[in-house]
Design a binder for this molecule. Sequence first.
Ligand code: GRG
Length: 298
Amino acid sequence: MLAADFQEWMQAHAARMESVLDRVLPPASQAPARLHEAMRYVALDGGKRVRPLLAFAAGGLTGADTARVELAAASVELIHVYSLVHDDMPCMDDDVLRRGKPTCHVAYDEATALLVGDSLQSMAFQVLAQHRLSDEPQQQLKMLELLAVASGSCGMAGGQAIDLASVGKELTLPELELMHIHKTGALIRAAILLGALCGRAMSTAEEQALQHYANRVGLAFQVVDDILDTEADTATLGKTAGKDAANDKPTYVSLMGLEPARRFAADLHAEALAVLEPFGDAALRLRQLADFIVLRKF
Ligand code: GRG
């Protein structure tokens, strides 16, 4: 059971993300209108906003100005939405439903979906570069580099390549973990680090602890995603359930079985909470987000 004040915090920050995205995305009336309308269709009014919430919580840890964190958080969400749009395309996962709505290439067309993803990706870096997000220019450059590495071939796009190559194959657990550390984990880690980097400089020990937390919640997110894919229904998920098995994709559930996968998620959760101990009360929201990631039903 999530605390009422945490639920309020999540709603308030998700609403804040919505208004920042609304502000940074070009209006649907601006030419090329169809492309801008489609970008707004996929980015607004949907999703759990887990990555932005993690960025806000990590920013809280370093006393960051929320007006800065919201832009860093938006840049990560823009990359995430681009990845969903491309992932749903016929050349990849070929899906028709995302966030409870027809996918971009279904609502528009394939060429538009490709351009929507490209444009959202560029916009993410535009947002990071256009505004002052840290008092230290070097720190801001580090943020740009972090997001670029996390989304590129050594991060999310690389993880997607491993994923596409693994269809119908037997992977070992370490191979599956490597895939997810890239595909899902890299962007979750970037969200947490970008949020924190908007604030005061961290000690090496603090940064290591935060990275450790990020790695554990990133993996827990994926294990739970695999469990939900087998257990939840399409209406609850807002995306097609049972896709992994239908596509013969290796998952934590297919490799370990349902109960061991649940125990693995619980172990990752416990480890994520343990590494936050030195931060004390300042890490409350990060702790609650770890709970949410593991307990969520969608
Ligand atoms: C196309 C370069 C490229 C990468 C795609 C992240 C990804 C790689 C594809 C998304 C497909 C997918 C189902 C991945 C597994 C876990 C995941 C990232 C789920 C979607 O994230 P949520 O649950 O989605 O945070 P919402 O809609 O809530 O934001």
